[in-house]
Each structure stands twice: as structure tokens, then as C-alpha cells.
Write a protein that binds this ligand. Structure first.
Ligand code: PLP
Length: 396
């Protein structure tokens, strides 16, 4: 009997009687270059497939000029890179770590797991990233109280660099380290400098939804060779130079597999094209929706050139727009994935008791903000479907 006959068939009432459903449209699916299969074949044939050896090293060497940071460690994930970053900054239980409240949980989760006390700061309306004016006030206050944080962790959100120049200048004044979470913003610049460059450490992600992917993976980068050397030692179980595996401390198994590094190498050359593709998608959304009342796109300050990793916008019902959830559900019904802007960390039950400074800007962006399908392979016809469904909500 053919295997296909063993598959249960939906009863007639559950089958869709009408025209075939249109292809689902995902938020940010990976786009392959066609080179991955060749890189993978060469890697497998070479026998170097562990999370060590020439392929991760080649990926790191290729990343350094793109990041504008000479010291790069490829890691198993962006979260692992952040975890290693916190370790090499010497974070100990009880230390404070300050981050932008508008982010993905991975920014702060490793620090919390290490016993740090998180503190969430609001974002600036002009960039949706950490507000330098608020940071300045809070650092001055913390210095007076003798309670400076171990690290400030700004986040490069949705493809836009934070105002890292202002943030590092403030933190330098008080000797506070900056670990920049650039996981969403590979390829972005501010004042002509790559996202993350200028921070003590910067973390990147090659997860499947990011602008380029290794099928999973990340990187920790710095100007400082000692910090990255220490992260490299910790990423491979903190082995000392001894044949019997001597350990002065404990580490992690956080190296990037050669298999994934091969995929990353095949993707990296496409980064400039991917940035232009995502920016073009953003421009088409702006042209197709920008005239509608109550709609506003994530701003790009004059010092920033982002990647528009995700096109993010706000819908203000008081100004004539549909609610964010109404829009999301209308898209979902048509098989189109969209997602609310990150729920701020200060509103997450996991951080109920964490102190914060401000938060109203981020809370409003969460309430009104929606991220639209932004994959670099999104076709013009697919995008027109998204735009058409959204426009229909204003006519209803
Ligand atoms: C994706 C992401 C990460 C984590 O990256 P993984 O590779 O998924 O571990 C960290 N921070 C932010 C802001 C992210 O968007």
C-alpha cells in the first residue's frame, strides 16, 4: 500500500472548499545564497567539522572587517556570546546590569542567571533605543549613591544602531563597561561606524531569523585581544595548558560548529545586498501605507543608517488607525505573520520586581507597535498582499 494512503485525511467538513490558500508569508525567514551547499560539502569533505579548527577561524576572520572589530569569537548562539561577555566583564552575583527595556529577553537572561540584578531603562522616541539623556541622569545618580552598574547593555533594535557614541562617552566618564547587544543589527551603521564598534564588547546573532544566518550561531567581538582570548578559553570549558585537562575555573561548550560556520561563510558576502533588500522593503511599506491616518514608522535619526531588519510601525487608534491587535489578527487570518514590537522587560512577569527608570515610551511602542514581514526574499506581489490587507482595515 502506498504510504500516502496511511496519512489520515481531514473529514470533508474540515476541508477548505474554496480556492487554494495563498502561500503563508513569514516574518523574517532565512534566504539562502546558493553557496551554502558548496561550503558545506567542502567542510564535510575536509573532515574539520567540530566547533574548532579552520572553518570557524575563517568565519571569524571574515567577520572582523565587517564588524570593524579586530577580535572575534564565533559562538553557538547570540545568547552564548552575551553570556561570555558578562563572564569576561567579571559580573558577579549582586552586580547591577542596566539595559534598554525594549528588547528581546536574551539580552538580559544570561546576566540574571548569573545572579545579576537587572535594571531597565527607557528608550528614546527618536530611535526606539536606549535613551542617552536618561542614562546620563541615572549614572550620575548611581555614582552619587556609590552603586554604579557592572555593565550597561544598549540594544541595537530591529536593525538600528543605538546612539553608541553618546552611550560610551557617558559610561567612560564613570568607568562602566558597555556590552552592546547588536544581535539584530549586523550591517547597520551610525555616523558611518558599524553597529557595536566602540563598545568594550559587542554581541551578534546568526539565528535563522536574522539578516544573515548560519542556521544558528553568534559572535562576540572587541578591540581588546585579552577579553576575546578569555572568552575563547571559557567557550571551550576553560581548559588550562595541560594534557590532562586542568581547570582553574569552569566554562561552557559554546563554540560554533564548523558545519554552521560554513553556512555563515556562505551567507556573509550577501550582507550588503540583504541590507539594501530590507531597506527597499521598508521603503515599499512606507510608500504603500504612509498616507494612512494614525500610522508612523520606526524613525531613523540623521546619525543612523539601519538595515530595517524588521519594518516596525505604530498604529494609533486615537488618530484613526486600527488597533495593533486588530491588524495583527487580520494579517494572521490571511496567513501572514506579523508580531508586536518586543514586550518591554519591565512589563514581563519574570522581572516584576526589577527596578527601572522610565518605561512609558517602550510601553506605548509595545501597545501600538507591529513588525511586518520583512524577509529579504519577500516578493513585490507578496508585499502588496500585506499592504492591501492593512489598507482594507482603514476602509472598513
Ligand atoms: C536574536 C537576539 C539575541 C539572541 O540571539 P540567539 O542567536 O537567538 O541566541 C539576543 N538579543 C537580541 C536583541 C536578539 O534579537
Amino acid at each position: 500500500m502506498p504510504i500516502a494512503q496511511a496519512v489520515p485525511v481531514a473529514p470533508p467538513a474540515l476541508r477548505r472548499p474554496t480556492r487554494p490558500a495563498a502561500e503563508p508569508i513569514l516574518l523574517s525567514p532565512p534566504q539562502l545564497t546558493g553557496q551554502e551547499i558548496h561550503r558545506l560539502a567542502a567542510t564535510l569533505e575536509s573532515g574539520w567539522i567540530a566547533p574548532a579548527g579552520p572553518v570557524p577561524a575563517a568565519f571569524e576572520a571574515a567577520l572582523a572587517p565587517v564588524l570593524g572589530l579586530p577580535q572575534v569569537l564565533a559562538t553557538a548562539s547570540g545568547t552564548a556570546a552575551l553570556h561570555l561577555g558578562y563572564r569576561v566583564l567579571g559580573l558577579v552575583p549582586g552586580d547591577e546590569v542596566w539595559t534598554a527595556t525594549l528588547t528581546y529577553v536574551a539580552t538580559i537572561a544570561p546576566a540574571v542567571q548569573m545572579g545579576a540584578r537587572p535594571r531597565f531603562l527607557d528608550v528614546a522616541e527618536e530611535s526606539w533605543t536606549l535613551d542617552p539623556n536618561l542614562l546620563e541622569r541615572e549614572l550620575a545618580r548611581a555614582a552619587r549613591a556609590g552603586r554604579l552598574p557592572r555593565a550597561v547593555v544598549p540594544v541595537d533594535l530591529f536593525g538600528q544602531s543605538c546612539d553608541l557614541d553618546a552611550i560610551t562617552a557617558l559610561c567612560d566618564r564613570w568607568g562602566v563597561a558597555v556590552l552592546c547587544d547588536s544581535a539584530e543589527s549586523l550591517g547597520a551603521t551610525r555616523r558611518g561606524r558599524p553597529a557595536g564598534q566602540g563598545a568594550r564588547l559587542a554581541a551578534f546573532s546568526f539565528n535563522g531569523n536574522k539578516i544573515i544566518t548560519a542556521g544558528g550561531g553568534g559572535a562576540l567581538a572587541s578591540d581588546d585581544p585579552a577579553l576575546i582570548a578569555e572568552a575563547r578559553r571559557l567557550a571551550a570549558q576553560a581548559k588550562e595548558a595541560a594534557p590532562h585537562y586542568q581547570h582553574e575555573t569552569t566554562g561552557y561548550s559554546y563554540g560554533l560548529s564548523s558545519i554552521l560556520a560554513a553556512v555563515g561563510l556562505a551567507q556573509l558576502g550577501a550582507l550588503p545586498a540583504r541590507v539594501e533588500a530590507r531597506r527597499a522593503i521598508f521603503a515599499r511599506y512606507q510608500a504603500g501605507l504612509g498616507d494612512l491616518p494614525g500610522i508612523a514608522f520606526m524613525p531613523e535619526p540623521d546619525w543612523s543608517r539601519g538595515t530595517r531588519w524588521l519594518t516596525a510601525l505604530t498604529l494609533d487608534p486615537a488618530a484613526g488607525a486600527p488597533g495593533r491587535e486588530a491588524a495583527r489578527l487580520a494579517l494572521a487570518t490571511a496567513g501572514i505573520e506579523s508580531r508586536p514590537v518586543w514586550k518591554p522587560m519591565h512589563l514581563q512577569p519574570a522581572f516584576r520586581r526589577a527596578p527601572r527608570a522610565g518605561g512609558a515610551v517602550a510601553a506605548q511602542l509595545f501597545e501600538q507597535g507591529l513588525c511586518l514581514p520583512s524577509g529579504s526574499a519577500l516578493g513585490a506581489a507578496q508585499q502588496a498582499r500585506v499592504i492591501g490587507i492593512l489598507r482594507g482595515l482603514w476602509n472598513a
